[in-house]
Write a protein that binds this ligand. Structure first.
Ligand SMILES: [Zn+2]
Length: 247
């Protein structure tokens, strides 16, 4: 099965696809620094990849990937584009309202960027009162277990950024964009003020890497992607089943 990318389909093809399976996926990315070895579009490229694989598996429609997210912490680094949390929330809500008008019954948000999580959660809650279309939001489900099974280096306080994890996923999906000779290992000191002030990730790491990117391999990336796709497919099918059964 091939993925159903809405931007490359005609209105008639979209109508037919929704009749067959009324589920749409909105990939959410970011444009922000990912160290000296990865491109700025990592989160968008990975959200896009996962969403297309999910479309192949489930037959859901894939909307165009939103290339911007909330990237405040990296705002002074060249290339970064950040939009405000409430704007991201509004975009999600506007997309949901749009697709609900012509028969989509379930919207799935797939984010490749951690900091989009609050906007996804609050948009989903507000939409519950506005639309008769549930929304589910996914960000690497079961991440901790999958990291444990496939990665050799620890995360920096549970965070993933330009590390063994993201670099491996990029090697598996977009190897030509990874400059492994520039990959580094960095575990910056965590100040007690971190998370309690405006002291942010942007100012505490020198390289922009949090973790050990040097240990990344294509094979680890491939295995982790397979695991996520399986988890996410199950979640989408469960949400759709519950919708059909009227739960
Ligand atoms: Zn990232």
């Amino acid at each position: 099965m091939t993925s159903k990318q809405l931007a490359y389909m005609t209105r008639d093809e979209v109508t037919k696809a929704i009749q067959e399976f009324p589920v749409a996926i909105l990939p959410l990315g970011a444009t922000e620094q990912h160290g000296h070895h990865l491109p700025l579009g990592v989160d968008s490229l990975l959200a896009d990849h996962l969403s297309n694989k999910l479309s192949e598996k489930t037959n859901a429609l894939v909307l165009p990937t939103l290339p911007f997210g909330y990237s405040w912490v990296w705002r002074d680094i060249p290339g970064t584009v950040s939009i405000e949390q409430h704007i991201l929330e509004d975009i999600i809500k506007n997309v949901a309202h749009s697709v609900s008008r012509y028969g989509v019954k379930l919207l799935v948000l797939v984010s490749g960027h951690d900091s989009n999580k609050s906007s996804m959660k609050y948009a989903t809650r507000e939409l519950m009162d506005e639309l008769d279309m549930p929304v589910i939001y996914l960000f690497y489900p079961n991440l901790e277990k999958i990291l444990d099974e496939h990665c050799d280096s620890p995360t920096w306080h549970g965070m993933i950024h330009a590390c063994e994890f993201e670099t491996s996923l990029m090697l598996a999906t977009n190897e030509h964009l990874v400059q492994m000779d520039k990959a580094v290992r960095e575990y910056p000191e965590k100040s007690p003020l971190y998370g309690k002030s405006t002291l942010s990730l942007g100012s505490i790491s020198k390289s922009g890497v949090y973790g050990d990117a040097t240990l990344a391999t294509r094979d680890k990336g491939r295995k982790m992607l397979e695991a996520f796709i399986e988890e996410m497919t199950d979640i989408i099918n469960l949400a759709f089943r519950e919708l059909v059964e009227g739960k």
